[in-house]
Write a protein that binds this ligand. Sequence first.
Ligand SMILES: C[S@@+](CC[C@H](N)C(=O)[O-])C[C@H]1O[C@@H](n2cnc3c(N)ncnc32)[C@H](O)[C@@H]1O
Length: 267
Amino acid sequence: MHEPLLLSIIAFLAVALILAIRAMLRYRRRFHERTMVVRGGRIPTVEPDALSTAFRRNELGYGPDAEVSMIPRFGAPVLGATSDEEQWILSVLARKASVLFEFGTCTGRTAYAWARNAPADARVYTLTLPPEMTSTLRVGADDATEAIRNAQAESMITTYLYTGTDVEHKITQLYADSMTFDETSLVGCCDVIFIDGAHADSYIRSDTAKALRMLKPGGVILWHDYRGAHGDCRDVFTVLNEMAGTMPLRHIHGTSLVFYRHDGSSI
Ligand SMILES: C[S@@+](CC[C@H](N)C(=O)[O-])C[C@H]1O[C@@H](n2cnc3c(N)ncnc32)[C@H](O)[C@@H]1O
């Protein structure tokens, strides 16, 4: 066989092999994202009824305590969004909450769902990084670079889903870098806290430390994007696995949510 022809065949086979491997890895990642199977996690997976009795089921399925009002995502590409299952769980928790706090507003989808489902006198605080502060993010030595890049990309929104709605008055929009946010006025006040800001190691640790101080006895903290050891959210996985060594964390089946409930003892 001519040498140039042989080289072309080898090059063709090499490219085909690389493309096939990439397609296989992409398929595997999407499969895990879809099924929400978290491999290699150290956090026990539980059903939502471990979080609240509102999620108890009988032979007819979930009951009226799990009824909420929410805008479905249903496959639409919404920036930084929770899945419909996650949004439902967060909304159910709002029904009996007085004070809710979110790290990371993005489109305002969760803040809106909380305000819509929480009692009339509830207050929703949502903290986000304003566009003009994205260059000042403090990058820690162990922070995944993709997590910092995503935090910057998701900080360009200034009008939210709740803007102009009849529940906007229930929401306090806060602007700050969560690392320097002063939580003092909310210490011991929050029933539900959602940690979904910068997904980088140093930020997850700092946001969690603040959330623990802000939590009311009996209150609950939820973290988003516990997905596995690879990808943009890998710091969430690493940090939460580590924290699970000293805190009773639980992963909610079929979601990327992890929760912690304050049992009333001192933290
Ligand atoms: C994944 S999105 C949040 C999605 C939102 N929780 C929801 O349920 O629709 C991440 C958000 O965190 C914000 N963010 C990123 N880094 C932050 C920081 N250091 N301090 C405060 N907010 C931050 C981004 O501006 C973005 O709005």
